[in-house]
Design a protein around this ligand. Sequence first.
Ligand code: NAG
Ligand code: NAG
Ligand code: NAG
Ligand code: NAG
Ligand code: NAG
Ligand code: NAG
Length: 297
Amino acid sequence: MFWTVNTFVVLTMASSGNFTATSSRFSARLCGSGSTCVEFTIYNLTRQDSGSVICTVQGDFSPKTAQLTVQESGSVGILGGTQTVKQDEQVEFQCEAIGWFPSATISWTVNGYTVNSSLLNTTDVASGDAYNSTSVYKFQAVRNSTVTCLATVLTLPNPKSSSVQLVVIPKPTDWTVLIAIVVSFSSFALVVLLIIGIIFCYKRRKEKQPTYQEEMMRQRTQSQLSNRPTPQKQGHVNQVFTIDGQTSLPSSGRSDSGFFQNNGLPLYGQATTENNQRNGYNGIELGFPKHRHVTIV
Ligand SMILES: *[C@@H]1O[C@H](CO)[C@@H](O)[C@H](O)[C@H]1NC(C)=O
Ligand SMILES: *[C@@H]1O[C@H](CO)[C@@H](O)[C@H](O)[C@H]1NC(C)=O
Ligand SMILES: *[C@@H]1O[C@H](CO)[C@@H](O)[C@H](O)[C@H]1NC(C)=O
Ligand SMILES: *[C@@H]1O[C@H](CO)[C@@H](O)[C@H](O)[C@H]1NC(C)=O
Ligand SMILES: *[C@@H]1O[C@H](CO)[C@@H](O)[C@H](O)[C@H]1NC(C)=O
Ligand SMILES: *[C@@H]1O[C@H](CO)[C@@H](O)[C@H](O)[C@H]1NC(C)=O
Protein backbone atom coordinates (compact mmCIF):
# COMPACT_ATOMS: atom_id res chain seq x y z
CA MET A 1 0.00 0.00 0.00
CA PHE A 2 1.26 3.52 -0.91
CA TRP A 3 0.18 6.70 0.69
CA THR A 4 0.46 9.88 -1.35
CA VAL A 5 0.15 13.28 0.27
CA ASN A 6 0.00 16.35 -2.00
CA THR A 7 1.40 14.38 -5.01
CA PHE A 8 4.35 12.82 -3.08
CA VAL A 9 4.42 9.19 -1.98
CA VAL A 10 5.26 9.50 1.72
CA LEU A 11 4.66 5.98 3.06
CA THR A 12 4.91 2.42 1.84
CA MET A 13 3.34 -0.42 3.82
CA ALA A 14 3.77 -4.20 3.51
CA SER A 15 0.94 -6.67 4.08
CA SER A 16 2.69 -7.70 7.31
CA GLY A 17 2.07 -4.19 8.58
CA ASN A 18 5.70 -3.05 8.43
CA PHE A 19 6.09 0.37 6.65
CA THR A 20 8.69 2.86 5.56
CA ALA A 21 7.99 6.68 5.57
CA THR A 22 9.79 9.76 4.29
CA SER A 23 9.30 11.52 7.60
CA SER A 24 8.55 10.61 11.17
CA ARG A 25 5.41 12.78 10.73
CA PHE A 26 3.81 9.92 8.73
CA SER A 27 2.69 6.70 10.26
CA ALA A 28 0.37 3.79 9.50
CA ARG A 29 -0.91 0.65 11.22
CA LEU A 30 -3.17 -2.27 10.52
CA CYS A 31 -6.59 -2.04 12.08
CA GLY A 32 -9.37 -4.52 12.32
CA SER A 33 -8.96 -8.21 11.70
CA GLY A 34 -6.53 -9.46 9.02
CA SER A 35 -5.28 -6.97 6.39
CA THR A 36 -8.62 -5.42 5.64
CA CYS A 37 -7.96 -2.03 7.30
CA VAL A 38 -5.03 0.40 7.34
CA GLU A 39 -4.87 3.61 9.40
CA PHE A 40 -2.66 6.43 8.10
CA THR A 41 -1.64 9.28 10.45
CA ILE A 42 0.09 12.59 9.78
CA TYR A 43 1.57 14.35 12.78
CA ASN A 44 2.44 18.00 13.07
CA LEU A 45 0.34 19.06 10.11
CA THR A 46 1.28 22.17 8.18
CA ARG A 47 -0.59 24.20 5.63
CA GLN A 48 1.62 22.54 2.93
CA ASP A 49 0.00 19.19 3.73
CA SER A 50 -3.29 20.51 2.34
CA GLY A 51 -4.47 18.77 -0.80
CA SER A 52 -5.24 15.24 -1.92
CA VAL A 53 -4.38 12.20 0.19
CA ILE A 54 -4.35 9.08 -1.97
CA CYS A 55 -4.21 5.42 -0.97
CA THR A 56 -2.97 3.07 -3.67
CA VAL A 57 -2.86 -0.70 -3.31
CA GLN A 58 -0.57 -2.75 -5.49
CA GLY A 59 -2.58 -4.80 -7.94
CA ASP A 60 -5.84 -4.42 -9.70
CA PHE A 61 -7.31 -1.72 -7.44
CA SER A 62 -8.21 1.89 -8.21
CA PRO A 63 -6.65 4.46 -5.86
CA LYS A 64 -8.82 6.03 -3.21
CA THR A 65 -8.61 9.83 -2.77
CA ALA A 66 -9.58 12.17 0.04
CA GLN A 67 -9.14 15.92 0.43
CA LEU A 68 -7.18 17.35 3.30
CA THR A 69 -7.73 20.96 4.32
CA VAL A 70 -5.49 22.36 6.99
CA GLN A 71 -6.78 25.36 8.94
CA GLU A 72 -4.50 27.51 10.94
CA SER A 73 -5.16 29.49 14.07
CA GLY A 74 -3.19 32.62 14.75
CA SER A 75 -3.22 35.12 17.58
CA VAL A 76 -6.02 37.31 18.90
CA GLY A 77 -5.85 40.49 20.97
CA ILE A 78 -7.79 43.62 21.85
CA LEU A 79 -5.77 46.73 21.10
CA GLY A 80 -5.17 49.27 23.81
CA GLY A 81 -6.10 47.07 26.74
CA THR A 82 -8.21 48.43 29.59
CA GLN A 83 -10.20 51.54 28.79
CA THR A 84 -11.56 54.11 31.22
CA VAL A 85 -14.39 56.29 30.02
CA LYS A 86 -17.14 58.46 31.43
CA GLN A 87 -20.63 57.05 31.70
CA ASP A 88 -22.80 57.25 28.56
CA GLU A 89 -19.77 58.04 26.42
CA GLN A 90 -19.17 56.14 23.21
CA VAL A 91 -16.43 53.57 23.61
CA GLU A 92 -14.66 51.72 20.83
CA PHE A 93 -12.81 48.41 21.10
CA GLN A 94 -10.70 46.99 18.33
CA CYS A 95 -9.82 43.31 18.12
CA GLU A 96 -7.13 41.91 15.83
CA ALA A 97 -6.79 38.27 14.76
CA ILE A 98 -3.41 37.80 13.04
CA GLY A 99 -2.36 34.89 10.83
CA TRP A 100 -5.48 32.78 10.58
CA PHE A 101 -6.44 30.44 7.80
CA PRO A 102 -9.08 30.70 6.71
CA SER A 103 -10.02 34.16 8.07
CA ALA A 104 -11.09 33.99 11.68
CA THR A 105 -14.69 34.26 12.75
CA ILE A 106 -14.72 37.00 15.37
CA SER A 107 -17.37 37.42 18.05
CA TRP A 108 -17.60 39.56 21.17
CA THR A 109 -19.03 39.08 24.61
CA VAL A 110 -19.65 41.70 27.31
CA ASN A 111 -19.84 40.23 30.80
CA GLY A 112 -20.37 36.83 29.18
CA TYR A 113 -23.28 37.93 26.97
CA THR A 114 -22.81 37.59 23.23
CA VAL A 115 -22.95 40.83 21.27
CA ASN A 116 -25.30 40.95 18.26
CA SER A 117 -23.07 40.69 15.18
CA SER A 118 -25.01 43.51 13.51
CA LEU A 119 -23.25 45.88 15.92
CA LEU A 120 -19.80 44.80 14.72
CA ASN A 121 -17.70 45.84 11.78
CA THR A 122 -15.23 43.11 10.92
CA THR A 123 -12.82 43.27 8.00
CA ASP A 124 -10.40 40.57 6.77
CA VAL A 125 -7.19 41.11 4.83
CA ALA A 126 -5.04 38.39 3.30
CA SER A 127 -1.55 38.35 4.73
CA GLY A 128 0.64 35.94 2.83
CA ASP A 129 -1.07 32.55 2.87
CA ALA A 130 -3.17 33.55 5.93
CA TYR A 131 -5.52 36.30 6.94
CA ASN A 132 -5.55 39.21 9.35
CA SER A 133 -8.94 40.22 10.71
CA THR A 134 -9.95 43.43 12.50
CA SER A 135 -13.22 43.78 14.34
CA VAL A 136 -14.52 47.07 15.75
CA TYR A 137 -17.19 47.21 18.42
CA LYS A 138 -18.59 50.60 19.38
CA PHE A 139 -21.13 51.03 22.14
CA GLN A 140 -22.29 53.33 24.91
CA ALA A 141 -20.46 52.79 28.17
CA VAL A 142 -23.01 52.02 30.89
CA ARG A 143 -21.34 49.93 33.56
CA ASN A 144 -18.03 48.34 34.40
CA SER A 145 -17.63 45.40 32.08
CA THR A 146 -15.35 42.65 30.92
CA VAL A 147 -15.10 42.87 27.13
CA THR A 148 -13.95 39.72 25.37
CA CYS A 149 -13.07 39.17 21.73
CA LEU A 150 -13.21 35.57 20.47
CA ALA A 151 -11.63 34.30 17.25
CA THR A 152 -12.19 30.87 15.84
CA VAL A 153 -12.07 28.70 12.75
CA LEU A 154 -14.29 25.71 12.14
CA THR A 155 -11.80 23.04 13.26
CA LEU A 156 -10.69 24.77 16.42
CA PRO A 157 -12.24 22.98 19.40
CA ASN A 158 -12.28 26.12 21.56
CA PRO A 159 -12.08 29.73 20.33
CA LYS A 160 -9.03 31.78 21.17
CA SER A 161 -9.98 34.85 23.16
CA SER A 162 -8.69 38.09 24.58
CA SER A 163 -10.32 40.10 27.39
CA VAL A 164 -10.00 43.65 28.66
CA GLN A 165 -11.76 45.68 31.32
CA LEU A 166 -14.01 48.64 30.66
CA VAL A 167 -13.99 50.99 33.63
CA VAL A 168 -16.89 53.42 33.63
CA ILE A 169 -16.63 56.59 35.66
CA PRO A 170 -20.09 57.34 37.00
CA LYS A 171 -21.67 60.58 35.88
CA PRO A 172 -21.09 63.41 38.35
CA THR A 173 -24.20 65.09 36.94
CA ASP A 174 -26.31 62.55 38.81
CA TRP A 175 -25.58 64.55 41.97
CA THR A 176 -26.24 67.95 40.42
CA VAL A 177 -29.58 66.71 39.14
CA LEU A 178 -30.39 65.37 42.61
CA ILE A 179 -29.33 68.62 44.25
CA ALA A 180 -31.37 70.63 41.75
CA ILE A 181 -34.44 68.52 42.51
CA VAL A 182 -33.96 68.89 46.26
CA VAL A 183 -33.38 72.64 46.02
CA SER A 184 -36.39 73.26 43.80
CA PHE A 185 -38.64 71.15 46.00
CA SER A 186 -37.49 72.81 49.21
CA SER A 187 -37.84 76.30 47.76
CA PHE A 188 -41.32 75.43 46.58
CA ALA A 189 -42.14 74.18 50.08
CA LEU A 190 -40.70 77.40 51.51
CA VAL A 191 -42.86 79.54 49.26
CA VAL A 192 -45.94 77.52 50.23
CA LEU A 193 -45.07 77.89 53.92
CA LEU A 194 -44.57 81.62 53.45
CA ILE A 195 -47.95 82.00 51.79
CA ILE A 196 -49.63 79.97 54.54
CA GLY A 197 -47.85 82.09 57.15
CA ILE A 198 -48.96 85.35 55.53
CA ILE A 199 -52.57 84.15 55.30
CA PHE A 200 -52.47 83.04 58.95
CA CYS A 201 -51.04 86.32 60.16
CA TYR A 202 -53.53 88.31 58.11
CA LYS A 203 -56.43 86.34 59.55
CA ARG A 204 -55.22 86.74 63.11
CA ARG A 205 -54.71 90.46 62.64
CA LYS A 206 -58.17 90.84 61.24
CA GLU A 207 -59.60 89.00 64.24
CA LYS A 208 -57.68 91.19 66.65
CA GLN A 209 -58.68 94.46 64.95
CA PRO A 210 -61.24 96.18 67.21
CA THR A 211 -64.73 96.53 65.91
CA TYR A 212 -66.49 99.82 65.91
CA GLN A 213 -68.40 99.01 69.08
CA GLU A 214 -65.25 97.88 70.88
CA GLU A 215 -63.52 101.08 70.00
CA MET A 216 -66.48 103.08 71.25
CA MET A 217 -66.44 101.24 74.57
CA ARG A 218 -62.75 101.83 74.96
CA GLN A 219 -63.04 105.51 74.26
CA ARG A 220 -65.97 105.81 76.61
CA THR A 221 -64.04 104.20 79.43
CA GLN A 222 -61.07 106.43 78.80
CA SER A 223 -63.10 109.60 78.83
CA GLN A 224 -64.87 108.59 82.05
CA LEU A 225 -61.55 108.01 83.69
CA SER A 226 -60.22 111.35 82.54
CA ASN A 227 -63.34 113.14 83.88
CA ARG A 228 -62.82 111.83 87.37
CA PRO A 229 -61.29 114.64 89.32
CA THR A 230 -57.85 113.86 90.49
CA PRO A 231 -56.13 116.47 92.53
CA GLN A 232 -52.82 115.96 90.83
CA LYS A 233 -54.22 116.67 87.43
CA GLN A 234 -56.06 119.81 88.41
CA GLY A 235 -54.55 123.08 87.46
CA HIS A 236 -53.94 126.11 89.63
CA VAL A 237 -56.91 127.78 91.21
CA ASN A 238 -58.04 130.73 89.23
CA GLN A 239 -58.18 133.45 91.82
CA VAL A 240 -60.41 135.76 89.83
CA PHE A 241 -62.96 133.06 89.04
CA THR A 242 -66.32 133.59 90.64
CA ILE A 243 -69.47 131.59 90.47
CA ASP A 244 -72.55 133.15 88.96
CA GLY A 245 -74.71 135.13 91.23
CA GLN A 246 -72.10 135.49 93.95
CA THR A 247 -70.76 138.71 92.54
CA SER A 248 -72.44 141.97 91.87
CA LEU A 249 -71.31 141.91 88.32
CA PRO A 250 -73.79 140.97 85.67
CA SER A 251 -73.25 137.54 84.24
CA SER A 252 -70.89 137.25 81.34
CA GLY A 253 -70.12 140.89 81.79
CA ARG A 254 -66.79 142.61 82.19
CA SER A 255 -65.44 142.45 85.68
CA ASP A 256 -63.56 145.11 87.48
CA SER A 257 -60.30 143.59 86.90
CA GLY A 258 -61.07 143.45 83.20
CA PHE A 259 -61.64 139.72 82.85
CA PHE A 260 -64.39 137.98 81.09
CA GLN A 261 -65.86 135.12 82.98
CA ASN A 262 -68.03 132.55 81.51
CA ASN A 263 -71.35 131.63 82.84
CA GLY A 264 -70.22 128.22 83.93
CA LEU A 265 -72.27 126.42 81.35
CA PRO A 266 -70.59 123.30 80.10
CA LEU A 267 -69.24 123.37 76.59
CA TYR A 268 -70.11 120.24 74.83
CA GLY A 269 -67.46 118.41 72.99
CA GLN A 270 -65.85 121.31 71.24
CA ALA A 271 -62.34 120.29 71.98
CA THR A 272 -62.84 116.60 71.61
CA THR A 273 -64.65 116.85 68.34
CA GLU A 274 -61.54 118.08 66.69
CA ASN A 275 -59.52 115.12 67.97
CA ASN A 276 -62.15 112.61 67.17
CA GLN A 277 -62.58 113.90 63.70
CA ARG A 278 -58.99 112.96 63.14
CA ASN A 279 -59.67 109.50 64.47
CA GLY A 280 -62.74 109.11 62.40
CA TYR A 281 -65.13 109.03 65.31
CA ASN A 282 -66.83 112.28 64.76
CA GLY A 283 -68.96 113.38 67.63
CA ILE A 284 -68.85 110.19 69.60
CA GLU A 285 -68.33 111.94 72.89
CA LEU A 286 -70.87 114.65 72.33
CA GLY A 287 -73.06 113.14 75.01
CA PHE A 288 -70.37 113.48 77.64
CA PRO A 289 -69.88 116.97 78.87
CA LYS A 290 -66.48 118.43 79.41
CA HIS A 291 -66.12 121.53 81.45
CA ARG A 292 -63.90 124.06 79.87
CA HIS A 293 -63.52 127.44 81.42
CA VAL A 294 -62.16 129.92 78.99
CA THR A 295 -60.45 132.91 80.44
CA ILE A 296 -59.31 135.55 78.04
CA VAL A 297 -56.95 138.30 79.14
C1 NAG B 1 8.33 -6.64 10.23
O1 NAG B 1 8.37 -6.28 11.60
C2 NAG B 1 8.63 -7.31 12.51
C3 NAG B 1 8.58 -6.78 13.88
O2 NAG B 1 7.51 -5.96 14.07
C4 NAG B 1 9.93 -7.91 12.17
O3 NAG B 1 10.17 -8.98 13.00
C5 NAG B 1 9.99 -8.33 10.72
O4 NAG B 1 11.26 -8.79 10.37
C6 NAG B 1 9.64 -7.24 9.79
N1 NAG B 1 9.58 -7.65 8.42
C7 NAG B 1 10.25 -7.07 7.44
C8 NAG B 1 10.06 -7.70 6.08
O5 NAG B 1 10.95 -6.10 7.63
C1 NAG C 1 5.87 17.43 16.35
O1 NAG C 1 6.47 18.69 16.64
C2 NAG C 1 6.97 18.76 17.95
C3 NAG C 1 7.48 20.16 18.12
O2 NAG C 1 7.14 20.95 17.08
C4 NAG C 1 8.07 17.72 18.14
O3 NAG C 1 8.53 17.77 19.44
C5 NAG C 1 7.53 16.36 17.88
O4 NAG C 1 8.55 15.39 17.96
C6 NAG C 1 6.93 16.33 16.51
N1 NAG C 1 6.28 15.02 16.28
C7 NAG C 1 6.60 14.26 15.23
C8 NAG C 1 5.90 12.95 15.19
O5 NAG C 1 7.34 14.64 14.39
C1 NAG D 1 -29.48 41.38 15.96
O1 NAG D 1 -29.92 42.65 15.52
C2 NAG D 1 -30.78 42.60 14.40
C3 NAG D 1 -31.10 44.01 13.96
O2 NAG D 1 -30.80 44.93 14.92
C4 NAG D 1 -32.05 41.83 14.77
O3 NAG D 1 -32.89 41.71 13.65
C5 NAG D 1 -31.65 40.43 15.25
O4 NAG D 1 -32.79 39.74 15.69
C6 NAG D 1 -30.66 40.53 16.38
N1 NAG D 1 -30.20 39.19 16.73
C7 NAG D 1 -30.21 38.72 17.97
C8 NAG D 1 -29.68 37.35 18.19
O5 NAG D 1 -30.59 39.41 18.89
C1 NAG E 1 -16.25 49.30 8.74
O1 NAG E 1 -14.91 49.80 8.88
C2 NAG E 1 -14.30 50.21 7.68
C3 NAG E 1 -12.90 50.63 7.99
O2 NAG E 1 -12.51 50.30 9.24
C4 NAG E 1 -15.12 51.33 7.06
O3 NAG E 1 -14.55 51.71 5.84
C5 NAG E 1 -16.55 50.87 6.86
O4 NAG E 1 -17.33 51.92 6.40
C6 NAG E 1 -17.14 50.37 8.16
N1 NAG E 1 -18.46 49.85 7.91
C7 NAG E 1 -19.48 50.12 8.72
C8 NAG E 1 -20.77 49.49 8.36
O5 NAG E 1 -19.35 50.82 9.69
C1 NAG F 1 -1.09 41.05 9.40
O1 NAG F 1 -0.63 41.31 10.72
C2 NAG F 1 0.76 41.19 10.92
C3 NAG F 1 1.06 41.40 12.34
O2 NAG F 1 0.44 42.55 12.79
C4 NAG F 1 1.47 42.21 10.01
O3 NAG F 1 2.87 42.05 10.16
C5 NAG F 1 1.04 42.01 8.60
O4 NAG F 1 1.61 42.99 7.78
C6 NAG F 1 -0.45 42.05 8.45
N1 NAG F 1 -0.83 41.76 7.10
C7 NAG F 1 -1.55 42.59 6.36
C8 NAG F 1 -1.87 42.16 4.97
O5 NAG F 1 -1.92 43.64 6.83
C1 NAG G 1 -16.19 50.98 38.03
O1 NAG G 1 -15.17 50.55 38.88
C2 NAG G 1 -14.45 51.61 39.49
C3 NAG G 1 -13.34 50.99 40.34
O2 NAG G 1 -12.87 49.82 39.77
C4 NAG G 1 -15.38 52.45 40.34
O3 NAG G 1 -14.67 53.54 40.86
C5 NAG G 1 -16.50 52.95 39.48
O4 NAG G 1 -17.43 53.63 40.28
C6 NAG G 1 -17.21 51.80 38.77
N1 NAG G 1 -18.18 52.34 37.86
C7 NAG G 1 -19.48 52.03 37.93
C8 NAG G 1 -20.37 52.65 36.89
O5 NAG G 1 -19.92 51.27 38.78
